[in-house]
Write a protein that binds this ligand. Structure first.
Ligand SMILES: Cc1cc2nc3c(=O)[nH]c(=O)nc-3n(C[C@H](O)[C@H](O)[C@H](O)COP(=O)(O)OP(=O)(O)OC[C@H]3O[C@@H](n4cnc5c(N)ncnc54)[C@H](O)[C@@H]3O)c2cc1C
Length: 493
């Protein structure tokens, strides 16, 4: 590709930042990516302790179609870079009453499982998934991969015809209730919202497209772990000439006459014609820009709904736990109280739903033989007090809970490695606003045209990429967000 002669600085190396570096360097821009941390990947970082390795954040490789399309846009093929395995079961659910159920992604088996809970629910599942697939197709065609500039971009003729079929104005909880009455089935269908950082009581039913993603498209794992994908993106960006620097925190975005001219780091100024910030949007707007250049000031942020933070325990065990699979979910009985403790009355929940990833079930490279590496995640409200004492007490509470509810007696005695990552770490390591794990929640008022634009309203040449802009949270969405920024930079739209 011919060089454009234009210099681009990308701030941050999350999926959105690396994706942008790949796409723009391939278009002939001279790209420099600056990452504040010592390693690449942002939330998709890697933690190592002896022979244990943990993906620090994302662990579900979903929407393989999006990864394929992204690689294709770079002239690459996923299979030339990653060895993917479809997980079966996709995940195992442990209910509080001791009931355990697997979701396999094989519709005949899953429908039979649903029938065991509620007569006719298997057929309802088929119908639900047919609609979900249809809605996914519409959403991915007309709504998701789109730059929004005005309400007209959202309320198109197409949207007015197709929108009602997406159930944009109905809550997930109500929508799902029209299909299934058994509380366990409702939970199975709605747990995917955890990925969107939202509560089923306030998330539009549009997001039932996640069921198509989960059941039909499947749950995948790239050999070596999610951080492998980061390494691949970094390699591709470098092949196209991008320069990638770690330990390079941007302190200020430099603006002259309403146009971006570069960034300031501790090591000096890096000049740029275009700056794409993948750093947390609140941090970018309120800390990297002067007030006069801010499009989204503190007043704006005070009114936003943030997705949860997470209390994460990375554990290395010197034993194996036969009844765990790769992805394990524990659902507490009282969901509403749990969601309220995240969204309405913020506090550390006593009996939370939680997620346990055990990639050593699939990948022998992440833990020594006969050992297990666990990642235990409890969604918690952003902005809670987070002190060493609170961490110690809460970790101990959660480990007791896991021992009891997931029936792993004596687990404590087998812990040979333990690390905690929580609210303050999200804030300090990623500059994440209030230590949210995911960014802006996917409420209706924070989706599509109502989500922050990927172009600064005040500063020409300044763009945003990643989970806080369109389309939103998750690795696939952040790759689409990079494609949307490429469109902006190349075509303005
Ligand atoms: C615990 C957890 C579990 C998740 N699970 C899944 C999952 O299973 N599947 C899935 O698809 N998604 C999952 N997600 C969501 C997904 O990981 C994120 O939406 C996505 O990775 C965010 O990417 P991003 O492009 O927004 O950048 P980020 O990952 O937020 O990276 C931004 C980067 O900018 C850097 N930065 C910040 N400020 C500066 C500065 N001033 N100068 C230089 N650099 C700076 C940060 O250090 C960081 O590296 C999960 C997230 C978390 C936290």
């Amino acid at each position: 590709m011919a060089q454009t002669g234009k210099k681009v600085v990308v701030i941050g190396s999350g999926f959105g930042g690396l994706g942008t570096a790949c796409l723009l360097s391939k278009e002939g821009y001279s790209v420099t990516l600056l990452e504040k941390n010592e390693q690449l990947g942002g939330r998709a970082g890697l933690l190592e302790d002896g022979d244990f390795r943990w993906d620090m954040g994302p662990s579900w490789y979903l929407m393989p179609d999006v990864f394929e399309a992204f690689f294709e846009s770079l002239g690459e093929r996923v299979e030339d870079h990653l060895q993917l395995e479809r997980l079966n079961p996709g995940y195992r659910i442990f209910f509080e009453d001791g009931d355990v159920v697997d979701m396999t992604g094989d519709l005949a088996i899953d429908a039979a499982t649903f029938d065991r809970y509620e007569a006719g629910a298997g057929e309802k599942l088929r119908e639900y998934l047919r609609l979900s697939e249809y809605q996914y197709t519409i959403a991915m065609r007309d709504f998701v991969p789109k730059n929004y500039d005005s309400y007209r971009d959202f309320f198109t003729r197409q949207a007015i015809v197709e929108g009602p079929k997406l159930h944009v104005l109905e809550s997930m909880d109500r929508y799902v209730g029209r299909f299934f009455t058994h509380p366990k089935l409702r939970k199975i269908i709605q747990y995917t919202l955890v990925f969107l950082g939202s509560s089923p009581y306030s998330t539009p039913a549009l997001y039932n497209i996640m069921s198509h993603v989960d059941f039909n498209l499947g749950v995948w794992y790239p050999e070596g772990g999610i951080h492998e994908v980061i390494q691949v993106l970094a390699r591709i960006a470098k092949q196209h000439g991008a320069e990638i620097r770690c330990n390079s925190e941007v302190e200020r975005i430099l603006v002259d006459g309403g146009r971006v001219v570069g960034v300031q780091t501790a090591d000096g100024i890096v000049e740029a014609d275009i700056v794409v910030s993948n750093a947390d949007l609140h941090h970018t707007e309120t800390e990297l820009l002067q007030p006069v250049d801010q499009s989204l000031n503190e007043k704006y942020w005070n009114k936003r709904t943030l997705a949860p933070s997470a209390f994460i325990i990375y554990l290395g065990l010197d034993t194996t736990i036969p009844h765990l699979v790769h992805h394990n979910l524990y659902f507490c009985e009282d969901w509403r109280t749990n969601f309220d403790s995240i969204f309405k009355q913020p506090s550390y929940p006593d009996n939370p739903s939680l997620y346990i990833c055990c990639p050593s079930k699939t990948d022998p490279s992440v833990a020594p033989a006969g050992h297990e590496n666990l990642f235990i995640l409890v969604p918690v409200a952003p902005g809670l007090d987070d002190t060493p004492e609170i961490r110690e007490q809460y970790a101990s509470h959660i480990l007791d809970l896991v021992e009891e509810k997931l029936k792993i007696p004596g687990m404590w005695d087998h812990i040979i490695s333990q690390h905690i990552f929580s609210i303050n770490d999200f804030a300090s390591r990623y500059n994440s606003y209030k230590g949210s794990a995911l960014g802006l929640a996917h409420t209706l008022r924070q989706s599509a045209v109502w989500r922050p634009n990927n172009r600064s309203k005040k500063v020409r040449g300044l763009y945003y990429v990643g989970a806080n802009t369109n389309p939103g949270i998750g690795m696939p969405m952040c790759l689409i967000s990079a494609q949307l920024v490429r469109k902006r930079v190349l075509y303005g739209k």
